[in-house]
Design a protein around this ligand. Structure first.
Ligand code: IVH
Length: 677
C-alpha cells in the first residue's frame, strides 16, 4: 500500500472511531476543531486521489439519488409483530404461557424501551453495510440503503472483528427536538407540518433524494440480530446487545435485564413515569425472554414471537374545548359524529378532531358544544373524546342531536328501529357516501386501482366527471389531458390501473363492492362455488349458507344485496364498463399431496419467494410453520439460512431438504423424498 493509501485508511479509522464515540456513545473523545482537521485532511487526500475513494469511507455518506431506492428487498428472515399487554395481569398471563410451553420458568428477561419509529433492517456483509430496508410486509421491504447511509449513527463499516453476515433490526426515529425543528422549518416554508415524530421519521426515510434524509435529525436504536454468521456463538439476548454495541451499532442504554417478572413490572413502572422525559418518543416496553435457546423453543405464531411481548403505555389524556359536533357520511351511509376541538397536544400529536363513534355515544358521554372535554390518544390510534369536565354551576348548550338532513346531499338521515347507527338514505347519490365508497372500491383491499387515490376520487367527484359508482370504467384520456398536474405518465398509469381492475378475480369485486359481512375469506368461498355474478345472483340464501364456511349472516347479507335493484343496476353498468363478472374455469386441481405434513423454510430459494412457497405448501394441504419442533416433517434450507433452525433440525433428526428436493416434494409428494416415520 502506498503511503497515501495507508494514511487515508488511518484517517478513516480515526474518524470512524470518533463518529462512534460522538453519535453512538454520545461521548466525544476530541473537540470539534481536532475532528475537523482529520476530516479536512481526509477530504483533501480523497480529492487528490479519487481512485482511492471507497463506499465505506466516512466522507461518502450522502450520495446522489439512486434508482435502487425503494426497490423490493426480500428479508433473510421474516420480521414479526409483537403481541401486546396492557396490564400486570396480562404480563402474568404471558409469563404463564411461557412457563407452560417451556415446562419451567424462563431463564430471565430483558426489558427495552419500545421506540415509536420506523422498523428497519440493516445487512452487513464482511462488516460493510450492504443493504438497508424498511420492514414492509415483514417478508419484503423497500431498499432505503442510500438514505440510511446518511445517518451518522448507522456505521458504514462495523468496528472490530466483524462477522461474515449480520442482519440487524432496529428502529429509526426522529428526536423530539429534531421533530420540532423540522416542523418549524416547514411552517416557515409554508409546507404542511407532520402530525407526529413517527410520521416525520417515516417521511424522512422515504425520500427520493438522500440529501433530504441527511438534513433530518434521524437516529437509530438496534434491538435484534436476525441473522448472524461467522461471529461468536451467543447464548442470551443481553449478549447479543453487547455484541452489537461492540460492533459500533447503537444499542439503547436503557435496556435492562430482569431476572424475574417482578423486576419486569418494576421496570415498566419506572418507564411509565420516565418516558415523558426521554428525548425521543416511546410507546411502551418490549419484554423478551433472554435465553436464545428458550426463544427458539418458544417459537412464533403466524404473527408474533411467543418469547416477546410489548407492554403498551396507556393512552395520554388532555383537556380542551369542544367547538362543534359535525357528522361524516361513510361508504355504507353511516352517519358518524365527530368533535371539532380547540387544538391540543396529546399522545405526541396536535389534535383538532376526534371521533365520537355514534349518536348513542354522544348521548351517553353527554358532551355538548362549548364544554371542556377530556381527549385521549395513544400512538397512532384515532383520538377520542372521553367525556366532559363540568363545573358545578356551569351553563351548557342543549344536548346534541343527530341532524335530520345529510349535510352533503340534504337527504333524510334515519336510524332504523333497534339499530345503533343512523344513515343517510340517499344511497350512492350522496356525494360524501359515494366518495367513501369509491375510495374503498379502488383501494388496496378492494379493486386495487393504481393511481386512483383519495385525492383523485375527490377531484373527479367535485367537478362532476364521476357521478356514480360505475363511472370509473368510462374514464378515458380525454378526462385528464387538460388537467393541471396530470402528465402523460400519470394518465397512462391511472388508465392502466383501471384496465387491470377490469380483470380482477370475482372475489375481489365482491369485496370491493362493500357488501356487509362479505370479507376476503367469505368472498373466496362463495366464488369457489359460484363462478359468476349471474350464478351468485341466482343462488338462494340456503344455497349460499350450504357452502362450507359461509354462515347465515353472510348468506342473508349477500342475498339482500343482490335483491336490491340499485345493486343489480350497478353490476350491469360495471359489466358494460368492461369489468369481468365471472372467473375463468379453474385450472387442473392441485392434489393435497402434503396433507398432514408441516414444513419450515429457512433462507431464500432461487425459484420462489416466501409467499409463493407458502401458497404452494398450503394449496397442497400442508402446513407452513415458522419454527422447527418435534412435529416438523422437514426443514427446507435455502441461501443464508437461520443457523439455529438448522442445528435444531439436526438435533431432532428432522429431514433437511435443499431447493431441488423441495421442488421434487411439491411435484411428486413425499414418497421417496421423506423417509418413513
Ligand atoms: S423486537 C420479533 N424491540 O415494535 C420482535 N421491537 O410492535 C421484533 N419496536 O415492528 C421486535 N422498539 O418496529 C423490538 N426494543 C424493541 C422495539 C421494537 C420498537 C417496534 C418494532 C416492531 C414493533 C412491534
Amino acid at each position: 500500500m502506498s503511503d497515501t493509501a495507508s494514511r487515508i485508511e488511518e484517517l478513516r479509522a480515526q474518524i470512524r472511531r470518533h463518529d462512534h464515540h460522538y453519535y453512538v456513545l454520545d461521548n466525544p473523545l476530541i473537540d470539534d476543531a481536532s475532528y475537523d482537521r482529520l476530516w479536512r485532511e481526509l477530504v483533501t487526500l480523497e480529492e487528490e486521489h479519487p481512485e482511492l475513494v471507497t463506499l465505506d469511507s466516512p466522507t461518502q455518506r450522502v450520495g446522489a439519488p439512486v434508482s435502487e431506492l425503494f426497490s423490493p428487498v426480500q428479508h433473510l428472515r421474516p420480521l414479526f409483530s409483537l403481541d401486546n399487554a396492557v396490564s400486570d395481569a396480562e404480563l402474568d398471563a404471558w409469563e404463564q404461557k411461557v412457563v407452560r410451553m417451556l415446562g419451567r420458568p424462563a431463564e430471565g428477561y430483558i426489558c427495552e424501551p419500545k421506540i415509536d419509529g420506523l422498523a428497519v433492517v440493516l445487512t452487513y456483509r464482511d462488516g460493510i453495510l450492504n443493504v438497508a430496508a424498511t420492514r414492509g410486509s415483514g417478508e419484503v421491504g423497500e431498499d432505503i440503503t442510500a438514505n440510511l447511509r446518511t445517518l451518522p449513527s448507522v456505521p458504514l463499516r462495523l468496528l472490530g472483528d466483524a462477522p461474515s453476515l449480520l442482519e440487524v433490526r432496529g428502529e429509526v426515529y426522529l428526536t423530539l427536538d429534531g421533530f420540532d425543528e423540522l416542523n418549524r422549518r416547514r411552517r416557515e416554508a409554508e409546507l404542511p407540518t407532520f402530525a407526529n415524530a413517527r410520521n416525520a421519521a417515516a417521511g424522512s426515510v422515504r425520500q427520493k433524494d438522500p440529501t433530504v434524509t441527511a438534513s433530518r435529525a434521524l437516529e437509530i436504536w438496534v434491538y435484534q440480530a436476525g441473522v448472524l454468521e461467522g461471529g461468536p456463538s451467543l447464548q442470551r439476548h443481553t449478549e447479543v446487545l453487547d455484541y452489537l454495541q461492540s460492533l459500533g451499532l447503537r444499542v439503547n442504554p436503557r435496556s435492562s435485564s430482569a431476572p424475574s417478572l417482578a423486576e419486569v413490572k418494576e421496570y415498566v413502572k419506572r418507564m411509565l413515569d420516565e418516558h415523558h422525559r426521554l428525548p425521543y418518543q416511546t410507546d411502551g416496553v418490549v419484554i423478551k425472554v433472554d435465553s436464545l435457546a428458550d426463544q427458539d423453543e418458544l417459537g412464533a405464531t403466524a404473527r408474533a414471537p411467543r418469547w416477546a411481548v410489548a407492554y403498551k403505555f396507556p393512552p395520554e389524556e388532555r383537556v380542551t374545548t369542544l367547538r362543534d359536533i359535525r357528522i361524516n357520511i361513510g361508504r355504507t351511509g353511516a352517519a358518524t359524529p365527530f368533535a371539532v376541538l380547540e387544538p391540543v397536544f396529546v399522545g405526541g400529536a396536535n389534535v383538532s378532531m376526534a371521533t365520537l363513534h355514534n349518536e348513542e355515544q354522544v348521548r351517553q358521554k353527554d358532551v355538548r358544544v362549548g364544554d371542556r372535554v377530556v381527549v385521549r390518544r395513544a400512538g397512532d390510534v384515532i383520538p377520542e373524546v372521553v367525556g366532559p369536565v363540568l363545573a358545578a354551576d356551569q351553563e351548557r348548550s342543549s344536548p346534541w342531536e343527530m341532524p335530520s338532513d345529510c349535510p352533503f346531499c340534504k337527504g333524510p338521515i334515519l336510524r332504523p328501529e333497534g339499530e345503533a347507527v343512523a344513515r343517510c338514505t340517499r344511497g350512492l347519490t350522496c356525494p360524501s357516501r359515494l366518495r367513501e365508497w369509491l375510495f374503498h372500491f379502488s383501494s388496496r383491499g378492494g379493486m386495487d386501482i393504481d393511481g386512483l387515490g383519495y385525492k383523485t376520487v375527490d377531484m373527479l367527484l367535485r367537478d362532476g366527471t364521476i357521478t356514480g359508482p360505475a363511472d370509473i370504467f368510462s374514464l378515458g384520456r380525454e378526462h385528464f389531458e387538460d388537467r393541471e398536474g396530470w402528465r402523460e405518465k400519470s394518465i397512462s398509469n391511472l388508465l392502466g390501473g383501471i384496465e387491470a381492475a377490469r380483470h380482477r378475480p370475482l372475489w375481489r369485486l365482491l369485496v370491493a363492492l362493500g357488501i356487509r359481512h362479505v370479507g376476503p375469506g367469505g368472498a373466496r368461498l362463495i366464488t369457489a362455488r359460484y363462478r359468476s355474478m349471474d350464478q351468485i345472483a341466482a343462488a338462494t340464501e340456503e344455497d349460499l349458507a350450504a357452502i362450507d364456511g359461509i354462515g347465515e349472516t353472510i348468506a342473508r347479507s349477500m342475498r339482500e344485496w343482490m335483491a336490491d335493484p340499485d345493486n343489480q343496476d350497478l353490476i350491469a353498468k360495471m359489466g358494460e364498463g368492461g369489468v369481468s363478472l365471472a372467473d375463468p374455469e379453474p385450472e387442473e386441481k392441485v392434489l393435497p399431496t402434503l396433507a398432514g405434513l408441516s414444513l419450515v423454510v429457512t433462507g431464500g430459494l432461487d425459484s420462489m419467494n416466501r409467499e409463493s412457497i407458502q401458497q404452494a405448501i398450503v394449496a397442497r394441504g400442508g402446513r407452513f410453520v415458522s419454527s422447527v419442533s418435534g412435529k416438523t416433517s422437514a426443514l427446507v434450507v435455502g441461501a443464508s439460512p437461520g443457523v439455529s433452525k438448522v442445528t435444531k433440525a439436526q438435533r431432532l433428526g428432522t429431514p433437511v431438504l435443499n431447493e431441488d428436493q423441495f421442488l421434487a416434494l411439491l411435484e411428486h409428494g413425499p414418497e421417496g423424498i421423506l423417509a418413513e416415520e
